[in-house]
Design a protein around this ligand. Structure first.
Ligand SMILES: [Zn+2]
Length: 346
């Protein structure tokens, strides 16, 4: 009997750690675990938790484990028992929530967790698992996941955009990830759509992220409620009277229930995103934009403004689809599976 060929995917997110195990060629998880990143965590503690998660998955799948001594864990050696028909781990793919040097498999830093500066995550994992590993940032991994397994299937060129705490993006061009000369391609969140807009964390004014991210939608709504005491009755009620409890989700809920102020706060985000998309379409002319992240669940009206603004911004000859992501929060994790799969097929 042929041994089952398994791939391990790891997602180091800003707030949670996720691991998934899938058989090569299959489109469903064999095993899947997610846990919140504990407060005060650092690179070392996140790595320990992730190794525990991965160990659990491999034990569940009955992959025989032999601890690999670091000094002997060179490329080509397998930590697996060479006997039996037990499943075989072939490769590990990683989605990391922060900038990554793809060619060297190096995490450059994390914006959320200390201790990741210049950490050689690919080599570290190859040492421990004794199989090839690949590490990319979460936006590129999300693009790859949606392209290979989700809403981007069948599109030769696409941009994946995730709109949640931040706004990130990744490109697939000619069927392959396009990471850019510095690995920084896809930073649509820091393209400027309103030079007179508010100051972004990056130091520029009126970036897409500063107008469209979840925390910025919440902040805008809160400021408007403070400035306009006679408006936003539904939103105020949903927030329980505590404006500091404001979230983009509440703004979207209130907008759906007919709150005018909430809708206007959301509309700014949809407009900014639409301009960013239209500009990106003019520059690169991809066939599709795949949008994921919590903010994109804000409802039909939000999507209409994104689509209309993007079309108005793009030149008449530039055609593209704008579609919702199909894999939800799992897009980067499926991208990690694709990264692992590419390690064994190339
Ligand atoms: Zn910015």
């Amino acid at each position: 009997m042929e041994r089952e060929r398994l791939l391990l995917a790891l997602d180091f997110g800003g707030t949670k750690l996720t691991a998934g195990l899938a058989a090569s060629g299959e489109r469903q998880w064999r095993a899947h675990r997610v846990i919140p990143s504990p407060p005060g965590s650092n690179a070392q503690s996140d790595l320990e938790i992730m190794m525990e998660l991965a160990g659990d998955l491999l034990v569940t799948a009955e992959v025989p484990l032999v601890k690999v001594a670091r000094s002997h864990g060179g490329k080509g050696e397998s930590p697996l028992l060479p006997c039996s028909s037990a499943p075989l781990l072939l490769a590990v793919g990683v989605s990391f929530g922060g900038p990554v040097d793809w060619t060297r498999g190096l995490v450059l830093l994390s914006h959320h967790v200390p201790g990741w500066e210049n950490f050689p995550l690919r080599d570290w994992l190859q040492d421990r698992f004794g199989v090839p590993a690949a590490v990319d940032n979460d936006a590129n991994a999300g693009a790859l996941g949606e392209h290979r397994f989700g809403a981007g299937q069948g599109y030769d060129s696409l941009m994946y955009i995730t709109v949640s705490t931040g706004v990130g993006g990744g490109w697939i061009l000619n069927g392959q990830p396009w990471r850019g000369a510095d690995g920084m391609a896809g930073e649509i969140g820091h393209t400027v759509v309103d030079p007179d807009g508010p100051l972004c964390l990056c130091g520029k004014w009126g970036c897409v992220e500063r107008l469209a991210s979840g925390p910025c939608i919440a902040q805008r709504a809160r400021e408007w409620l403070e400035e306009q005491p006679g408006r936003g009755r539904i939103l105020r009620a949903l927030a329980g009277g505590d404006l500091n409890a404001m979230t983009a989700r509440l703004v979207a809920q209130a907008a759906a229930q007919g709150d005018g102020l909430a809708w206007e706060a959301l509309e700014v985000a949809a407009w900014a995103l639409g301009v960013g998309i239209g500009n990106a379409a003019n520059l690169v002319n991809p066939r599709c934009f795949v949008l994921g992240g919590g903010v994109t669940k804000a409802g039909q009206r939000f999507w209409e403004v994104v689509r209309r603004t993007a079309c108005q911004t793009a030149l008449p000859g530039v055609h593209f689809d704008i579609v919702p992501a199909a894999l939800g929060d799992d897009a980067p994790l499926w991208g990690a599976i694709a990264l692992a799969e590419d390690q064994i097929s190339t």
